[in-house]
Design a protein around this ligand. Structure first.
Ligand SMILES: *Cc1c(COP(=O)(O)O)cnc(C)c1O
Length: 398
């Protein structure tokens, strides 16, 4: 890493932070598609086997491609180092399990990525960890939930389904004063739009499956942290074994090269589309952090540089017509996930219809007329036309 050259912008660092002297003349780094690495002699073997996070020993312990990608991601988040995992959930579960034990208390938000919520609601209590679930927009409620044995606060901002925000610097200050570890899931924003560590958050996790990879072609996760935390995390990581394949790590590095231009374009398109949707008569409500109508707009302006890819909106119709709207779109693909080059859309209530009844959906803040759009790299005018056409087809009476 080029710690000695802080003048570089993120755009440049994405291309050069992983530079390492290499005897290979290739401009593009190789994929080390090997599960294990050769030692020259007994002394080197002893070093490989005993040095934590060695990048050339055994791929579950580390791999040269992992090391390169980690250098780029740590540079972006402004942390000392980073650890790659096989998925975003691999990053989140490894982080929580590495630092929490029976008898500890943890705080999480009412709105989390569904599998993160399950980790806190269902898994941790089975292992004797006390869990408080708190409304994340209310920093005072987070403060009130803290106990003498609180070990960790899990944050995620913006969060599904209404892109509610958490005040990262306020929660970081609360936690720091009490020696509580803070972890923030920065997936929806990306490090180019929001830097939790610069706001005082200890550990930043991502589903690199989303914006960081950016092409809907890989599953990966990352934990950005200090070197001391990374050693603790790494010991848990090699035990849990959520190891990223060298191929997916290489694809992630390739995706990262264009992150800055992708995020810039996605931010601009998403904000323009959010503003346009707000003016559509068929649309009841639009949720996007950088809209003036967002209830936490001032906070969004303070802690985010751009709004990211996800727009949530409610239509002036019921479940059936919302489904027809989604089906009528030509450009936004009907699929889960977010942050890639193709725009994706989901009818949120349809996604959970198998596991939750209407009352449960309402309690979870997922009304039947709600959709989540992840804006991609199509031309924003084409996306707008496609949305307008589908709205006119599905809600002709408006
Ligand atoms: C997708 C996602 C995850 C889980 O990531 P995977 O790579 O699918 O394991 C976690 N948090 C958020 C906010 C996500 O969007």
């Amino acid at each position: 890493m080029h710690d000695d050259d802080p003048r570089w912008h993120p755009d440049t660092r994405l291309l050069h932070d992983d530079a390492a002297p290499d005897d290979d003349a290739a401009v593009v780094p190789p994929i080390h598609y090997s599960a294990t690495f050769r030692a020259r002699d007994a002394a080197e073997f002893a070093e490989m086997a005993n040095q934590p996070r060695h990048a050339r020993y055994y791929t579950r312990y580390g791999n040269p491609v992992h090391e390169r990608v980690a250098a780029v991601l740590a540079g972006l988040e402004g942390t000392e180092t980073a650890l790659l995992t096989a998925s975003g959930m691999g990053a989140i579960s490894t982080t929580v399990l590495a630092f929490v034990q029976a008898g500890d208390h943890v705080v999480a938000q009412t709105r989390h990525y569904m599998s993160t919520a399950k980790l806190f609601d269902e898994v941790l209590p089975r292992f004797g960890v006390q869990v408080s679930i708190v409304e994340q927009a209310d920093t005072d409620a987070i403060a009130a939930a803290l106990r003498p044995n609180t070990r960790l606060i899990m944050l995620e901002t913006p969060a599904n389904p209404t892109l509610v925000l958490t005040d990262l610097s306020a929660v970081a200050a609360l936690a720091r004063a009490r020696g509580i570890l803070t972890v923030a899931d920065n997936t929806f924003a990306s490090p180019l739009n929001q830097q939790p560590h610069a706001l005082g958050i200890d550990i930043v996790v991502h589903s690199a499956t989303k914006l960081l990879g950016g092409h809907h072609d890989l599953t990966a996760g990352v934990i950005c942290c200090s070197r001391a935390q990374a050693e603790v995390l790494w010991r848990m990581h090699i035990t849990l074994g959520a190891v990223l394949s060298p191929m997916d790590a290489w694809l992630l590095l390739r995706g990262l090269r264009t992150l800055a231009v992708r995020v810039e374009r996605i931010n601009a398109s998403a904000l323009a589309l959010a503003r346009w949707l707000e003016r559509c008569p068929q649309v009841e409500r639009v949720h996007y952090p950088l809209l003036e109508s967002h209830p936490q707009h001032a906070l969004a302006q303070r802690q985010m540089r751009g709004g990211g890819p996800v727009i949530a909106f409610a239509l002036r119709c019921g479940f059936e017509a919302t489904g027809r709207f989604v089906a009528a779109l030509r450009l936004a693909t009907h699929a889960v996930s977010l942050g890639g080059v193709e725009s994706l859309i989901v009818h949120t209530a349809a996604m959970w219809a198998g596991t939750m009844n209407e009352a449960q959906l309402a309690a979870a803040g997922i009304p039947p007329n709600f959709v989540r759009l992840s804006v991609g790299l199509e031309h924003p005018e084409d996306l707008q036309q496609d949305l307008a056409r589908a709205l006119a087809l599905a809600l002709p009476e408006n």
